[in-house]
Design a protein around this ligand. Structure first.
Ligand code: DSN
Length: 432
């Protein structure tokens, strides 16, 4: 019989992309992945992400679609919603946001009018672009007032650079925002929703918690949950939660209609049902008791990495960590070393991280004086506290010897040895 389909089979038809995917799998396997917002997602999540659900248009919500043929998709999305509600104990879940940025935009759109005031954390203090950065559309549509951290302190018993809740309260009383945003992208300490709830209640504001970074820690019981305290909780599914790239929103039944309408049709068209299926897979994985062990190990590893980095002579913003990340102030280690150069040097040594602004950074966001490091990915690969000490030593060695290519090659070889013992994907042959 003559085949009628034009397809010849997986990626054999595209050797260039096949090679690049193989190259990326090799990179992820053979170098250290320390970007705090990344993780190694499971082969099951990868399979769902690459499934035929990518073909389906499904504008609307389960049972209320604008296209035919959504019987299966409705079951997929309902499963994702129910699993997510169970995982976090939430009344309502929306799994359609394409990203954390869209989730945040959706909440602003649902709860506010253009021009309304929002109180959120400033980007250079650890906040996210969508928390009102001048570079983000959020700052063009809404009026942002920004809070930051307390001043740095040399007293190890009273470290500074903590979220300045007194400032949050006084700005809230002065500006009467309609919405207060808690949560950060580069903050190493616990953020307790209850502190913000009190302030929001004092002025009758809504409270949104951007949980993108610690979502997996909350799911695994290693971090306090803002669900039921904040009016709305947004997050991405690909960081500590270890799912596919994407976003999600949790809220009370009271806000469900507004939130759903703000995401579709307010902000997005067709949902990415292949991503939603992959989110459902990840939510199920996060309900397994082994995920709680993982989440606690991520935190233990970050504390071990922090201590080992301090022993290498690095100063840590906020004096340490309670979560999955550490923010390094490079200036004490070497006044001439920028975050940009450190990131590039570490790349050459096989250590992947991102430069980051530190509070009141004298350098631009493109150059920076800091490095952000996270433990979520390498903990998935099986690393523990002993490996965190090795990683800190490799980082210290590469940055001290950054102008010596032979020394960097030696670090690269040691990184390769370490990674060869912790392969995140032993079952994948290639073309992941
Ligand atoms: N860019 C993400 C992060 O790295 O934290 C936030 O959107």
């Amino acid at each position: 019989m003559t085949p009628t389909s034009p397809f010849t089979g997986w990626l054999d038809a595209d050797p260039e992309i096949k090679r690049l995917l193989d190259d990326e799998l090799t990179r992820q396997r053979t170098t250290l992945q320390l970007i705090a917002s990344e993780n190694f997602t499971s082969p099951a999540v990868l399979a769902a992400s690459g499934s035929v659900l990518t073909n389906k248009y499904a504008e609307g919500y389960p049972g209320r679609r604008y296209y035919g043929g959504n019987q299966v998709v409705d079951e997929v999305e309902t499963l994702a919603i129910e699993r997510l509600k169970t995982l976090f104990g939430a009344e309502h879940a929306n799994v359609q946001p394409h990203s954390g940025a869209n989730a945040n935009l959706g909440v602003y759109k649902a709860l506010l009018e253009p021009g309304d005031t929002i109180l959120a954390m400033r980007l250079d203090q650890g906040g996210h672009l969508t928390h009102g950065s001048p570079a983000s559309i959020t700052s063009k549509v809404w009026n942002f007032v920004s809070y930051g951290l307390t001043p740095a302190s040399d007293d190890p018993d009273h470290p500074g650079e903590m979220i300045d809740l007194d400032q949050v309260r006084s700005l809230a009383l002065e500006h009467r925002p309609k919405l207060i945003v808690a949560g950060a992208t580069a903050y190493a300490r616990t953020i307790d929703a209850k502190d913000y709830r009190e302030i929001a209640d004092e002025i009758g504001a809504r409270l949104m918690f951007d949980l993108a970074h610690p979502a997996g820690l909350v799911a695994g019981g290693a971090h306090p949950s803002p669900v039921g305290i904040a009016d709305v909780v947004t997050f991405t599914t690909h960081k500590t939660l270890r799912g596919p790239r994407g976003g999600a929103i949790l809220c009370s039944e009271e806000l469900a209609k507004k939130i759903d309408g703000a995401i579709f049709p307010g902000l997005q068209g067709g949902p990415l049902e292949h991503a939603i299926a992959a989110k459902a897979v990840a939510f199920r994985e996060a309900m397994d008791p082994s995920f709680s062990v993982y989440a606690h190990q991520v935190v233990t590893n970050a504390a071990a990495l922090a201590a080992a980095l301090e022993a290498q002579g690095f100063r840590l913003v906020s004096g340490g960590t309670d979560n999955h990340l550490v923010l390094v102030d490079l200036r004490g280690f070497d006044a001439d070393l920028t975050g940009k150069e450190a990131q590039e040097v570490m790349d050459r040594a096989g250590i992947t991280a991102n430069r980051n602004t530190i509070p009141d950074d004298p350098r631009s966001p493109f150059v920076t004086s800091g490095l952000r490091l996270g433990t979520a990915a390498e903990t998935t690969a099986g690393m523990g506290t002993a490996e965190m000490a090795v990683i800190a030593e490799l980082i210290g060695r590469s940055l001290r010897q950054r102008n010596d290519e032979t020394a960097l090659a030696a670090v690269r070889a040691d990184v390769g040895d370490l990674c060869s013992r912790f392969d995140p994907y032993p079952s994948l042959a290639g073309s992941a």
